[in-house]
Design a protein around this ligand. Structure first.
Ligand SMILES: C[S@@+](CC[C@H](N)C(=O)[O-])C[C@H]1O[C@@H](n2cnc3c(N)ncnc32)[C@H](O)[C@@H]1O
Length: 314
């Protein structure tokens, strides 16, 4: 396939200290040859290399032109390559007009020992080293790239990134919000944890499809408990069981399945209403019920009570 490689050699290479006092970082020797030669050897000869130049630009340009006479280089001179406002992003932007095609960005101090795939899709390669104080790191889940992290930010992989909650009762909401601090301290949560004091049906409307990996809900059981005076409490909001069932319970479950890859609902037949039986029938009809488990709830006296858990997904 046709693609280009972007090599940024413009920066002053301050992390290398005295080693780069009189030369460009890309020309520092690694083993038997300069770092930039290790990089170029990874790409086929016909691939055009776009090189940003700044610090000791003539050394880089002369070296590449002399040592690689057959390669096609496009040189982009970066003026503001040191001091305020200079950064890798700025250098990259100045090469923008030469990169209106698939390209691979290879920083000039990154040697990859394995084969570098062609850029058929967007991908990122990183080192599996744990060190993160000197370099930016990759935030990922499995093989899925999520974002770049700043230097010094704790690495995290395959961990829970954030929780989102929704609760109308103000006191319960405050308690859940306090709980987020404990989770941040002892859990592996790295992102924000919004807890909304809002009606669940309204709250879910703001999310796109599959925004969550997993949702769990233990909804109120129609009028079985009056948690507080808030008019969004489902016991006040719906006068009749059938309205509550259709507009709150079933609608809520459909919303969960839309915005999450997997959802689990804990309901039970309570207060004369066959809530669990009715829900099982409706979600089965919609093709959303994947499995059913039993939740074991401890009671006083060492006994247990069991309630259904419905596993739902698209
Ligand atoms: C069965 S309890 C679940 C409690 C929770 N699982 C726990 O262990 O703390 C039902 C909860 O739903 C809340 N609730 C009632 N109506 C709601 C609504 N429209 N939107 C969001 N939460 C609601 C109640 O305040 C109550 O805390």
């Amino acid at each position: 396939m046709e693609y280009k490689v972007l090599l940024t050699t413009s920066g002053i290479g301050s992390r290398l200290g005295e080693i780069t006092n009189f030369t460009n970082k890309s020309l520092v020797r690694v083993g038997d040859k300069p770092c930039i030669s290790h990089i170029l050897d990874n790409y086929p000869e016909e691939i055009e290399i776009v090189v940003t130049l700044g610090y000791y630009k003539d050394q880089v340009k002369d070296f590449l032109s002399l040592v690689y006479p057959k390669r096609k280089f496009t040189f982009v001179e970066v003026e503001n390559f040191r001091g305020e406002g200079s950064c890798q992003g700025l250098s990259m932007l100045q090469a923008k007009e030469h990169l209106q095609c698939p390209f691979i960005f290879n920083s000039c101090d990154t040697i990859v020992e394995s084969n570098i795939p062609e850029p058929h899709t967007n991908w990122v390669i990183g080192s599996s080293e744990e060190s993160n104080d000197q370099y930016r790191t990759i935030d990922k889940q499995g093989n899925i790239f999520l974002s770049f992290k700043e230097k010094g930010e704790a690495p995290n992989s395959d961990k829970v990134l954030s929780y989102t909650g929704c609760e109308v009762n103000i006191n319960t909401w405050k308690g859940l919000r306090d709980l987020t601090e404990t989770l941040r301290e002892y859990g592996d949560i790295t992102k924000s944890m919004p807890i909304y004091n809002q009606d669940a049906i309204q709250c879910m409307q703001q999310y796109r499809e599959d925004a969550f990996d997993f949702i769990f809900t233990s909804p109120p059981y129609f009028d079985a408990e009056e948690y507080d005076e808030n008019q969004s409490q489902s016991c006040w909001k719906y006068a009749h069981y059938t309205d509550w069932f259709d507009e709150f319970l079933l609608q809520g479950d459909k919303d969960m399945v839309r915005i999450s890859k997997l959802a689990i609902v804990n309901v039970a037949n309570t207060g004369g209403y066959k809530i669990a039986d009715d829900l099982r029938k409706e979600v089965s009809k919609e093709g959303l019920l994947k499995e059913e488990f039993r939740l074991r709830i401890p009671q006083f006296g060492g006994k247990f009570r069991y309630e259904p858990l419905f596993v739902l997904s698209k």
